[in-house]
Ligand binder design. Structure first.
Ligand SMILES: NC(=O)c1ccc[n+]([C@@H]2O[C@H](COP(=O)([O-])OP(=O)(O)OC[C@H]3O[C@@H](n4cnc5c(N)ncnc54)[C@H](OP(=O)(O)O)[C@@H]3O)[C@@H](O)[C@H]2O)c1
Length: 246
């Protein structure tokens, strides 16, 4: 049975991704920075009849918490097949390029970029012990530099008002490209996926898509993806091909 760790899986897209991967027969380590919320989320899945799921305490801004999560999984299983870096924050609003303060940038980057990199670095050796390791970074079309420069893009005005969050996802994309390059001679497959604008706490439920569709996009990027390592997929941007420009 393949195992997957999903960060920020106590709610939103991460929680629904956990549910869909349980249906696909994976063993899910449900990551949550809040113990109570993580345990409740696991309980909810167990009530639905899923038993191959366990709570992992992981705050991606906290090195000790990441190290402890890694030790727990290593001691239990010795390896990890799939890592889904889903945890993310939007930051404080408004966040226009001229007015947002640098603390806002620091907080968002500490989670979306540095936090994701910390988790990847900590888990890479046990991931490499899997026969078919896969790593998914949940990104966003908002991290696309080309779309930000396209006045015809549906989110052109909104996205360009998210100076902090947009920058963090663009930086995450670049980090992930360099990671895929560094691991080009290994069997670790790396994918960036945009779940699409989704109704969650993240955007005060203003998103237009459902968590079910968003999680299915993440699951497709993991289980039904013939693209090479280092690809960026957005079914919302291009439903037929999933193509998205950098
Ligand atoms: N919703 C959208 O429209 C949309 C669009 C494109 C991309 N995304 C991306 O999709 C991912 C999931 O977003 P969502 O919409 O499901 O948001 P959400 O409902 O707000 O869930 C975010 C999750 O990340 C967790 N988290 C935040 N900081 C963390 C940290 N330091 N350590 C561990 N976990 C942390 C949250 O934990 P708490 O519950 O403790 O806060 C929560 O479980 C994010 O990476 C987001 O950027 C979302």
């Amino acid at each position: 049975m393949k195992s997957v760790l999903i960060t920020g899986a106590n709610k939103g897209i991460g929680f629904e991704t956990a549910r869909q991967l349980l249906k696909e027969g994976l063993y899910v380590y449900l990551g949550s920075r809040n113990i109570e919320n993580g345990l409740k989320a696991v309980e909810k899945l167990k009530v639905e009849g899923f038993n191959q799921v366990e709570f992992i305490h992981i705050d991606i801004t906290d090195e000790a918490s990441i190290a402890s999560a890694r030790t727990t999984i290593e001691e239990k299983a010795g390896s990890l097949d799939v890592l889904i870096n889903n945890a993310g924050i939007a930051g404080a609003f408004p966040q226009t390029a001229l007015t947002t303060d640098t603390d806002n940038f620091k907080r968002v980057f500490d989670t979306n970029l540095y936090g994701t990199a910390r988790v990847i670095q900590a888990f890479m050796d046990i991931l490499k012990k899997s026969p078919e390791p896969q790593l998914i970074n949940v990104s966003s079309s908002i991290g696309s530099l080309s779309l930000h420069n396209d006045p015809d893009w549906q989110y052109y005005d909104d996205a360009n008002s998210f100076a902090v969050y947009s920058s963090s996802k663009a930086a995450l994309n670049m980090y992930t490209i360099t990671l895929a390059y560094e691991l080009r001679d290994s069997n670790v497959k790396i994918t960036m996926v945009d779940p699409g604008y989704t109704k969650t706490d993240f955007n005060g439920h203003q998103g237009t898509g459902t968590v079910e569709d968003a999680a299915t996009r993440v699951v497709n990027a993991l289980l039904h993806n013939q693209r090479p390592s280092g690809s960026f997929i957005s079914e919302e941007t291009n439903p037929e091909t999933g193509e998205i420009s950098w």
